[in-house]
Structure formats: C-alpha cells, structure tokens
Design a protein. Structure first.
Length: 216
C-alpha cells in the first residue's frame, strides 16, 4: 500500500494557517484515492525534532560499529526520520515563510534527513520520490514584484530537496495571506482569495495526479 509522509511546520493551528489548510486538502484527496494507504504525520510545531548534535553528525560519517553510546543514541533519532523519508511513496510539506525563510523546525528536520552517502551524494536513497511543498507567504515574492529579491524559500527548498536529496519537487504557493488581517493590504484581499482557491484546487489535483505513481 502507498505511504504518504506529511509534514506541517506552521506555528498556527489549522483554522489560522494557510499552509495547513492546503496540506489538509492534499491529504484528504490523497486518502480518498488511497483508502488502504498509510499516512505518517509529523507536526513539527507541536512535536519538533531535535537539532542535529555533534554526536549525531559525526555518527553519520562513522562506521556504526565504532559509535559511542552518545553517537548511537543521537544517530537512532536521525535514522528514524531518514527511514520515514525513504519508505514514503510521496511527501507533503507545509513550509510557511517566516522572516523570508522556512521555519527553524523544518530546517532541523532537513538537517536530520540529509545524510551524505545515503540520502544525499552519488546515489540518494529517496531519489525521484515526489514531494509537494505548500509554500505559503503573507505577501507576494513572485517574479516582477518588489519583494522578489527576498524569495529564499522556493530557491532554498528547490536546491535542498531537488538537488541534495534528488526528490521530484513541486510547489503550491498560497500568497498574500496577511491581506485579510492587515488594513494596509485590504485592496489585495480579492487576490488573496483567488490565490487561496487556486492553491486548494492545485492541492487536490496534485494528490489525484500522484495516485498511480507509487505503483509505477
């Protein structure tokens, strides 16, 4: 049966989070298409993974037979996250923009799963796995906008997921999410609403598109 690895990193609950609303739409459709499938869920805001320590890092470069007790314990935590990625047929990541980049909790997850010689390097172990990233943001950082130079989320995740881990990356970008809450952005509310509707539709369509892929 197909397995979806679903990761959320928004600080806010579903009713207040643009990224969670869209990942939920994706997951709901995916589960409809895979009634016997498995969803492995990680809420990095509610249950953050530990940052990589020196023991965890050096353990990833050493023969397991030489690990100290501290290295073994730290690497066991990393290995659990790595195996979740390797065993997934599809990956879904909610990645809201905070201060021009991704949440620190999501960066901690990435630091854990990027292991050269296994998930990264010459033969990445999860190569080709489709990953859908919901990259929400309060404003717009699209090409041609004044804030385009501050777009660090898509650029970073495209490289780290698509190049380092060799995953097949696709982005859904709900933008202008602050428009309903910031009076100065009131005139942008129609654009926000259109962006939200488009993102929800894209999420459902992408989940359906991936239906046959795990069995291929």
């Amino acid at each position: 049966m197909a397995t979806l690895l679903h990761i959320d990193s928004s600080l806010f609950p579903a009713e207040a989070s643009a990224s969670r609303a869209v990942t939920e739409a994706f997951r709901r459709t995916w589960e409809e298409q895979h009634p016997g499938g498995t969803v492995v869920y990680r809420d990095l805001a509610a249950d953050p993974v530990p940052h990589v320590t020196a023991d965890g890092f050096t353990a990833g470069l050493a023969d397991p037979d030489t690990h100290t007790a501290e290295q073994a314990a730290a690497f066991e935590q990393r290995l659990r996250l790595i195996e979740e990625l390797e065993q997934a047929d599809a990956v879904l990541i909610g990645a809201p923009m905070y201060n021009f980049t991704i949440p620190s909790t999501l960066k901690a997850w990435l630091d854990n799963v990027i292991l050269f010689g296994r998930t990264a390097g010459d033969a990445p172990s999860a190569k080709g796995t489709p990953v859908t990233v919901v990259a929400s943001r309060g404003g717009s950082y699209a090409p041609g906008t004044p804030r385009e130079p501050y777009e660090y989320v898509l650029n970073y995740l495209r490289d780290v997921l698509g190049t380092a881990l060799a995953l097949d990356v696709d982005f859904i970008v709900p933008e202008l999410t602050m428009a309903p809450h910031n009076p100065a952005m009131a005139e942008l509310i129609p654009l926000y609403e259109a962006s939200r509707t488009r993102a929800l539709d894209e999420a459902a369509a992408k989940a359906k598109q991936l239906t046959e892929r795990p069995a291929a």
